[in-house]
Design a binder for this molecule. Structure first.
Ligand code: SF4
Length: 381
């Protein structure tokens, strides 16, 4: 179930832990994060530890290959609370000895002491929200860090495996800004870069910029992306998913598991899971989450059994986001049917954007990967 594109021995599941606290809300942010509630962190993490315990029985027998602390801003809370969560996972779950354990960091809250605490429990990967190499753009985004702050945090991470996030599609952003961001990530020693286009979400302050026509249009963003992709390639970052680039051997195991439709369990407010053919999501309300856990109930608000048609679409959609593409033999062995028959019409319609490799995989041609959404919509029958 975890991953049909991998050998059975590599068939590991993921664990996601959501830390919903930030010091301030960024102007584009639609994630579940509660600025001003960091005082709840200890009580919240006690609930997360308890949720891990509640789920342990049903997940016995599964082996986990990655843990990811995302948010929110995991580095905003006491590092000992993250360390406690790693210890709890090791105690309750079968975590592979070489598991990838990632903590997301905001440059503003990184300290040598925090990094030492994370590393003492086996955290071996970090992901830092760099976003841009211009203080004016960072301010526009409502980020609380500066370029100098990023440089300082990156210096503390020298020699560590870490990702730097870059955003494109920003108001007033130029191609020169994108070049500066890629160069800053590279010279800081990031082994992995995630380059995302801003999605203006309804209800965020940034959405009014979108409505006012202040943000770059689709063609401009595509040009920015292509510019960034070429620069990243020149710095040795290979694209392995539409928004993710890594130096060879530094791809994110945790994210690969998502794109390979592997199983994962999510703990904490708003966390999603995919287990035993079901997708389920915890409440986004912090108080409800705490109340549920304290009364020994799962805080799940959506729970859906994925039918075969949806499973096939998910498999195709996730695989075609990646550079490796869809393993056609693996598809056949998972579903007992042929991809080209199941998706005959959209396959034919989009044939010019797709290519088959000698290894028996189907993928979107390199030059069309950024517009994969326009192609994949046809496969959603
Ligand atoms: S740091 Fe991340 S989660 Fe927190 S407000 Fe900014 S974008 Fe949202």
């Amino acid at each position: 179930m975890c991953d049909i594109n991998r050998k059975k021995s590599e068939n590991l599941c993921g664990i996601y832990v959501h830390i919903p606290f930030c010091k301030a809300k960024c102007r584009y942010c639609d994630f579940t994060s509660y600025p001003g509630k960091i005082g709840y962190a200890e009580a919240y993490m006690a609930c997360v530890y308890k949720e891990m315990k509640l789920r342990a029985g049903e997940l016995a027998g599964r082996r986990f290959g990655s843990v990811y602390f995302g948010g929110g801003t995991p580095s905003a809370i006491d590092a000992k609370l993250i360390a406690g969560a790693v210890r709890q996972i090791r105690k309750l779950y079968d975590l592979a000895p070489d598991a990838e354990i990632t903590v997301e960091l905001n440059p503003e809250s990184v300290t040598a002491e925090k990094l030492a605490v994370y590393k003492s429990v086996g955290v071996n990967r970090f992901s830092m929200g760099m976003q841009a190499a211009s203080d004016a753009l960072l301010e526009e985004l409502g980020r609380i860090h500066t370029v100098a702050g990023f440089r300082k945090a990156a210096a503390l991470l020298r020699g560590e495996k870490f990702n730097a996030d870059i955003m494109i599609g920003l108001k007033g952003q130029t191609l020169a800004d994108i070049k500066a961001a890629v160069e800053l990530a590279a010279e800081s020693g990031a082994k992995h870069v995630s380059m995302y286009a801003l999605t203006p979400e309804d209800g965020t302050p940034m959405y009014s910029d979108y409505l006012n026509g202040d943000l770059p249009d689709g063609d401009e963003v595509a040009e920015q992306y292509e510019h960034g992709r070429k620069l990243l390639a020149a710095h040795g970052y290979r694209r392995y998913e539409v928004s993710n680039f890594a130096q060879p051997g530094f791809e994110s195991r945790h994210n690969r598991n998502y794109w390979r439709r592997g199983e994962y369990i999510g703990f904490g407010v708003a966390a999603s899971s995919f287990m035993a053919g079901r997708r389920f999501t915890n409440t986004r309300d912090l108080d409800d989450y705490i109340k549920c856990i304290l009364s020994d109930h799962y805080p799940v608000v959506d729970d859906e059994k994925i039918g075969e048609q949806d499973a096939k679409f998910e498999r195709v959609m996730l695989a075609l986001r990646t550079a490796e593409g869809l393993d056609l033999a693996a598809y056949r062995s998972e579903f007992g049917t042929e991809f080209e028959e199941d998706f005959a019409a959209p396959f034919k319609k989009n044939a010019r954007y797709l290519e088959k490799t000698d290894e028996g995989t189907l993928r979107i041609k390199e030059e069309y990967l950024f517009v994969q959404n326009r192609i994949l919509v046809d496969f959603l029958q």
